[in-house]
Structure formats: C-alpha cells, structure tokens
Design a protein around this ligand. Sequence first.
Ligand SMILES: CC(C)(COP(=O)(O)OP(=O)(O)OC[C@H]1O[C@@H](n2cnc3c(N)ncnc32)[C@H](O)[C@@H]1OP(=O)(O)O)[C@@H](O)C(=O)NCCC(=O)NCCS
Length: 289
Amino acid sequence: MSVTKSIPIGRSILAAWRGANTPICSALTNKCQKTKLTTFCHQMHQSAQITTTEITFPSFMFTSSSPKIGCRTATISDKKEIIDFLCKMFLSREPLMSALRATEADARPFVEYHVKDALKNNASFVAVDEMGSICGIRLNAVGPATEEDKPKDFGVKMNILEKFLEHVEGNITERLQTPRFMRHIAICVNPDIVRSGVGTMMMQKSVDYARDHGLRYMVATCSGQVATKLALKMGFRVVRQVLYEKYSDSDMYFSCFPDDCLVKPASFKPFVSVAPQHYSAKLLIKNVL
Ligand SMILES: CC(C)(COP(=O)(O)OP(=O)(O)OC[C@H]1O[C@@H](n2cnc3c(N)ncnc32)[C@H](O)[C@@H]1OP(=O)(O)O)[C@@H](O)C(=O)NCCC(=O)NCCS
C-alpha cells in the first residue's frame, strides 16, 4: 500500500504528515519506523523528488501492528502514570522548569499536588496508544485555584515557579467576572510524537468539556512559544504578557540572558535564565460559549 499526500516543499516531513486521517502514529510512535521515514525523506530530498509537492509514502508507514492514539478522560487510577510521565517528559522541556533546572526530586511534590488537583473534576485528558500507555497529558482544573490542601512550601525552585505563575494569572476570577471557567494546568506530549496533532486533539477534548459543562471561558498561562502557538490555534487570545526580563520579586529575577552572558547589571540577584526564544509568559483566554 502507498499513499500520495501533498506537502509544502521544504517543510518538515513529520510536520507535513501530522493531521492525516491515516494511522499517522504508525510512523511516529515507533522509533524504528520514524528512522526509516526520516531516511526515506532524506533520500527523496537527495533525489530531487522534493521538487514535487506530492510524495508517495511507502507501505512501512501502515503496518497493522502500529499503535494508534486516542484520547480519554484522565481518572484517579491514572495518577501515578501521569506523575511519572510528567517527571520524565516535562521537566527538561517546559521552559520554566528547564530554566530552573528542576530535578525530579525538586518537582515531584509540586507535580503531585497539581495532578491531584486536576483530577478532581474529570476535566483532564490523556492521550493513549493502542497498548493503553499514556503518551500525552492535558491537565485542567475547573474554577479558580484554591489554597485548600495546598502545601505552603514546594521547595525553593518550585516556590519561585508557583509565585511567578500566580503573578501572570493575576486575579482571574475578577477579570472574568465569573468562577465558571476552565484553567489549563499543564500539557505535555511524548517527544517522539510531537507535532503530530496529539496536543490539538487533547485541547479539542478540553474545549468540548468546557462547552458541555457550561464553562464560559478557558484560561491558559503559557510559558513558551509552542504552547502559546497551540493555544492561539485553538482560538485563545493573549490578554496579558509578562516579559521575563522585566519580572522580579524580592528574591529573584527572571532573565532571558544566556547563562554565560557577561553583560549583567552589577547588582544582579540570583536569576532564572529562560531560553531567549520564549522571552515572555502569556495569559490567554478563550470564550467558549
Ligand atoms: C506543547 C506541546 C504539548 C504541543 O504538543 P503537540 O502534540 O506537538 O501539538 P500539535 O502537534 O497538536 O501542534 C499544535 C500546534 O502547536 C504549534 N507547534 C507544535 N509544535 C511546534 C514546534 N515545534 N514549533 C512551532 N510550533 C509548534 C503549531 O502551531 C501546531 O499547529 P500546526 O501543526 O497546525 O501548525 C508539546 O510540544 C510539549 O509537550 N512540549 C513540552 C511541554 C511544554 O512545554 N508544555 C507547555 C507548558 S504547560
């Protein structure tokens, strides 16, 4: 079997393949096939066939043993797998966790608290492969954050993060004039299958949940560029932006300076150096109803 698909010239082949109705994950979740696909694309490029906007994909992408990805509501029985997934897949990739160089030991209490909080309303979603393993997570809470059951101290690094995120979100209930909203807590997709529509699929489930449950708004605090793009794609709009360089509190500066940058003010306090391409955290809102 082979399939012909139009793709824009010069665009990442994996990106071009995302969103196809065919079992896209067959190519993406299996590392061996992914390597074969990359080689195939490289050969296409070398043989100048890339000058056409149509590529015939070979049959290895469609093996019946390949897993497909679905999306379902996350339940309390997923808690441990979700926490382990986030500790493994999130810490080194999410811009702020990565800037803080959060280790699993630093992050675990923070992650555990937020996962538990997010599982309360059955408003969170997991992407699962055919084997039932989690390959993506969209954690959502309903209504304003509460201090109930919240530990006072998450440790130095996570306290910085929590304080910063609260600063970006501000008084969201006052802004929206209603407690009927969904709050995005985290999204993470296995790096082997990013850019294949899994994030979008989980976001769509979240939008459906919000609409079905009469939530008027969805709120997302995005620390980096990709998450912001995803939210914009889903119809969110930016209502507030906090430049990392401009943020400081009594203990800490954030910065977009590279770690080894010599041009820092002499009075510079300890700071969190966020990768320059992210430059700001944004508060985004989507009208649901
Ligand atoms: C953010 C994240 C969840 C996106 O998941 P995903 O499954 O790759 O998302 P999708 O494939 O559905 O892509 C959705 C949109 O996001 C944007 N996007 C995704 N990956 C991108 C990339 N590498 N570069 C630029 N834009 C990108 C695009 O706008 C894309 O839409 P398009 O493909 O129609 O152009 C994933 O990159 C991730 O897990 N990142 C690490 C964790 C993190 O930083 N989470 C956000 C903070 S909570």
